[in-house]
Ligand binder design. Structure first.
Ligand code: AQP
Length: 347
C-alpha cells in the first residue's frame, strides 16, 4: 500500500514549471495506477494561496476552477485520484496549529521561500530588511507549518514536488520526528520527497530565478493556456547567451539559458538530457534552437490545451470532481486527526 500526496496553489494560471516540476509526475502516477493499493491524493492549496495576495471571492473561485481544469486536462485523472480543495477539509488548519507549537521561529526564518518572498529586491541593508519582513503576514511566515500539516494529515509515503519545495519538505520530516518524539508515538510517517527529472524550471528572462506564477514579467513564464504565438514569442525573447560556433550543451553554470531550454525539451519529451543534446547538435544558431524548442512545446501542448478549454466550460463537472475529492479527503483526514488528538490528550 502506498499513498502519494501533493498540492498546488491556485494563485494563477499554471505554468510549465508547475507542470514539469510536479504535475507531470502526478499525471504519470495516475496513468500507471491500476489498483486500489495505491492512493493518489492531489489538490488545490487555497489556504496557502491567500498568504501573499487576497483575490476577490469571484476571482478566487475562478482561479480554483482554472487550476482544477488544468490538472485534469494535463493528465491528472479524477477517476483514479482524489482531487480536492484544501479548505474543504478543516483538519488542515487544526493540525497546522498543533505543529506550530513545536516549530522554531528560527527554522521558519531560514526558509529560502520566506526570504525571497519577504525581501524586496535591491535591499541589502539589514535594518531595512527586518522592517520589510515585519510588514509581511504571519501566514506567509508560517506557510511551511501549514504545508507540513497538509502532508502529515494524509500519512503519505511519497510527496512529488518541484525542487524548490525540498526545504519545506525537509522541515515537514523534521516536524514529524519532533512530534513523534515529544509524544512518544509513531503517529506520523516520514514521507519521502519525489522530484521529477526536470527538477526546476527557470524564468525565461532571469535564469537565476525559478519560473513562477507571481513573476511580474509576463514573458518570463510559459502558461499552460498560452497560444502558440505567445509561446513562440516568449521563447524567442528568452535570455540565452552569445556563445557562437559551439554545439548547444546542457551546462547550467556557463550556459544557464540554453540549459533551461534543453531541460524543458527533455522534460516534455521525457528524454535524457544527453539525447536532447544529440537532437540539437546540428543546430548552429540560437534562433534555430529557439524554433526547435517552440516546435516541441507547441506540438505537445495543443491537445491538453484544447481539452482544458472544454473542461473549463463545464463548471458542474468540476464541482462534482471537487465534491468527490472532498468526501474522500475528509474521510482520511478525520480518521487521522482523531489519532493525533488522542496522543495529545485532546478529546
Ligand atoms: N519553476 C519551477 N520549476 C519546477 N517546479 C516548480 N514548481 C513551481 N514552480 C516551479 C512546483 O509546482 C508545484 C506547485 O507550486 P505552487 O503553486 O504550490 O507554489 P510555488 O512553488 O510557489 O509556485 P509558483 O508558480 O512560484 O507560485 P507563486 O508565484 O504563486 O508562489 C510545487 O510542487 C512546486 O515545487
Amino acid at each position: 500500500n502506498q499513498t502519494v500526496f501533493s498540492l498546488i496553489q491556485p494563485t494563477g494560471t499554471m505554468h510549465l514549471g508547475n507542470y514539469l516540476g510536479a504535475v507531470a509526475s502526478w499525471a504519470e502516477l495516475s496513468k500507471l495506477k491500476t489498483d486500489e493499493s495505491q492512493k493518489l491524493i492531489f489538490g488545490l492549496a487555497d489556504l496557502h494561496a491567500i498568504t501573499t495576495k487576497h483575490p476577490t471571492a469571484e476571482d478566487f473561485v475562478n482561479k480554483k476552477l482554472d487550476t482544477l481544469a488544468h490538472l485534469i486536462a494535463f493528465g491528472v485523472d479524477p477517476e483514479k485520484c482524489c482531487l480536492y480543495v484544501q479548505s474543504d477539509v478543516k483538519e488542515h488548519s487544526e493540525l497546522a496549529w498543533y505543529l506550530s507549537t513545536i516549530t522554531g521561529i528560527g527554522a521558519l526564518a531560514r526558509m529560502t521561500q520566506w526570504k525571497s518572498k519577504s525581501q524586496q529586491e535591491g535591499t541589502n541593508n539589514k535594518n531595512e530588511l527586518s522592517t520589510l519582513q515585519s510588514e509581511y503576514s504571519l501566514g506567509l511566515f508560517s506557510y511551511p507549518v501549514l504545508q507540513a500539516a497538509d502532508v502529515l494529515l494524509y500519512s503519505p509515503d511519497l510527496v512529488p514536488v518541484g525542487e524548490d519545495q525540498t526545504q519545506h519538505l525537509e522541515l515537514t520530516q523534521a516536524l514529524a520526528r519532533k512530534f513523534n518524539h515529544v509524544y512518544g508515538t509513531n503517529v506520523f510517517k516520514y514521507p519521502r520527497i519525489m522530484t521529477t527529472p526536470a527538477k526546476k524550471i527557470y524564468s525565461l528572462k532571469d535564469v537565476t530565478k525559478k519560473m513562477s506564477k507571481s513573476d511580474p514579467s509576463k514573458t518570463a513564464c510559459i502558461y499552460l493556456s498560452d497560444s502558440d504565438e505567445e509561446i513562440r514569442l516568449k521563447i524567442k525573447k528568452a535570455t540565452t547567451d552569445s556563445i557562437v560556433g559551439q554545439p548547444f550543451k546542457y551546462d547550467p553554470e556557463n550556459r544557464p539559458g540554453v540549459s533551461n531550454l534543453i531541460n524543458i525539451v527533455a522534460g516534455i519529451q521525457k528524454k535524457e538530457i544527453s539525447d536532447v543534446e544529440k537532437d540539437v547538435e546540428s543546430l548552429t544558431s540560437h534562433s534555430d534552437l529557439k524554433k526547435y524548442v517552440s516546435d516541441v512545446i507547441t506540438e505537445w501542448i495543443a491537445e491538453p490545451r484544447e481539452k482544458y478549454k472544454s473542461i473549463r466550460e463545464d463548471t458542474e463537472y468540476l464541482q462534482n470532481v471537487a465534491l468527490k475529492g472532498k468526501i474522500e479527503a475528509r474521510k482520511i483526514a478525520s480518521e487521522n486527526i482523531k489519532k493525533i488528538r488522542k496522543v495529545m490528550g485532546f478529546k
